[in-house]
Each structure stands twice: as C-alpha cells, then as structure tokens.
Ligand binder design. Sequence first.
Ligand code: FES
Length: 336
Amino acid sequence: MAVITLNGRDLHWECDEGDTIMRSALRAGLGFPYECNVGSCGNCRFDLLEGEIEELRTDPPGLSERDRARGRRLGCQASPLSDCAVKLRLMPQYESLFRPQRQAATLVATSDITHDIREFRFRSEATSRFLSGQYALLHLPGIPGGRAYSMANISNDDGEWHFQIRRVPGGEATGYLFSQLRLGDRIELDGPYGMAYLRENSPRDIVCIAGGSGLSPMVSITRAAAVAPSLAGRRIDFVFGGRTAQDICGKEMLQMLPGFGTNIHYHPVVSGMPEADDGWDGYRGYVHEVAHSLFAARLPSCEIYFAGPPAMGQAIQKMLVDLGVDSTQVHFDQFY
Ligand code: FES
C-alpha cells in the first residue's frame, strides 16, 4: 500500500498494491479527472512530483512525449511503487456517486444477441450500484490490464452486472470472453466508472445513438429513462446502426419497456451497401446522417448520448457542433 499526497498539502489517500493513482483517488471519494480509464483520452494527466511508479501501458495514446518530458503521467496507468507526491486539480464533477470497488464476479449466464454480440451476465456478492451509461473494468486471467465494458442493465440490489459485448476479430479480451470463459468462472470486476451517464434531472427529450459495440450503455440509459419518475412522459429516440441487416438488434430489448411506441422510438440503420437478398427495407446510411435527417431541428433541445466506433463518434460530434448543440447536452466516453 502506498500513500499519495496531493499538491504537497495535507490531503492524501491510500493506494492498494496493484491499483492505480486515479482509481484509488476515486475510491477515496476524490474528484480525480478521467474518462476512459485505459490510457487513451489523456484526461487523467497529473504531475509526478516525488516517488516511483510503474506505468501499466508503456506507450499510451493519452500521453505525449512532451507531457512525459515535463514529468506528467496518466493517473489511470500509474501504479505506485512507493509513496508519491502528485500535482493536479481535483474537480467535484468527477466525484463518484457510487465509489468504484474491486470485487469478484461470477459468470452466471450468456445469450447471443447477434452473430457477434453476446450478453454476459455476472453476479457479485455486493449490490450492483451504478449510473446507467457507466462502465466497469473486467480483469481477465492472463490478460494484462482491465478492459472497459459498459453495463446494459440498471443499478440493482442483486449484484447483477450485464454486459453486451461485440467480439473483436483477433481481440485478446473478447477472444477470452467468447471462447474460454465458462459459466461459474470468477473474474475481478472493478467499477463503476464513466461520465456519460443518464442525466435524470434534465428537462430535455433524449436521443441515444449506438453503433455496434455501443449498444450496451445506450440500452442501459433507455431502460433507466423509461422508469425514472423524473423523466416520465419524456420522448426517447434510439438510433442503432449496423453494417449489415444481420448486425441490427436492440428492438427486442426496448419493446419490453413501458412507453415503447408512444414515448420510446427505435430507428435501426444499415450502413453497408445494399445486398440483393438482405431483406432490409429500413433506413440506409450512417447513423449520424439518419439522426440528422430525423431530428436535426430538435437536437439542440435534446440530451444526447452516444457510444460506438471512433469514426461514428467523430462524425456525430461534428454534426452536433455544426448544429450548435451545447456541449453540456452531449455525453460520451472516449475509449480509443
Ligand atoms: Fe486515463 Fe483516459 S487516459 S482516463
């Protein structure tokens, strides 16, 4: 265990062996800025004033050579080897409503959603407390570093954590999850994390846009919004994009929710070239193009959540900037 001291002041917290400086700060209730937790976004940069650390990822995209030369490091990748003194600005919006915990979780069920998306259901002994849209890190045997996956269910007292995960061709972690993990196996689950969670107090209608692997957090947000008393009667539009007709999914989950077809509307989109026998007669194009054609004038008055591949995220961000949507109404986590 190491002691981390902030800005040379009296404020300090403990970091257990194998933990990182950022995650231990969040566990202590401090607002350490972050987003992705996997070394990509750079939001967790801090100045290392004293002490020794091990960096979990040797060349993380979120840290430039210039940062490194100036003594900066990434809080999500810094595991202390000694007591450390660090400098950064804590921000209250990063204080976790539910402090992240590391705990064992057992795989209790799986089900295939499409040819390459599967739902994995884990159960932990403690309650499963999180905000819809957040994610957890799954630590898998023999695979260094945790992998971030968003929950698809909503916060519960039963210790249930459901993840809808798309198999990545050649991917080490999804290869393990899909091919080696068996019912009854235990892994370490660390969470919740993430800032792209449902804003239950917003007075605006909701637009969720998901592509491929982004299904899980958008389903969780829609499930929570459908039953949140503060959002009763609010319109929710859910746009889901896949490359082919066989990638399309999500409706079967949403149509079980109260308000489906009246307040909750589902819009599937296929982006690939038409194939003669694919049977698809719905929207074609990219999700941001379809979202633009469906809601452009409404988007500046909506709360917008999105998750999916990087190119999709960048196209949506550009569209929203061009439409003048206030950035405080737009919620996403960058994992790339
Ligand atoms: Fe650390 Fe994104 S790089 S939270």
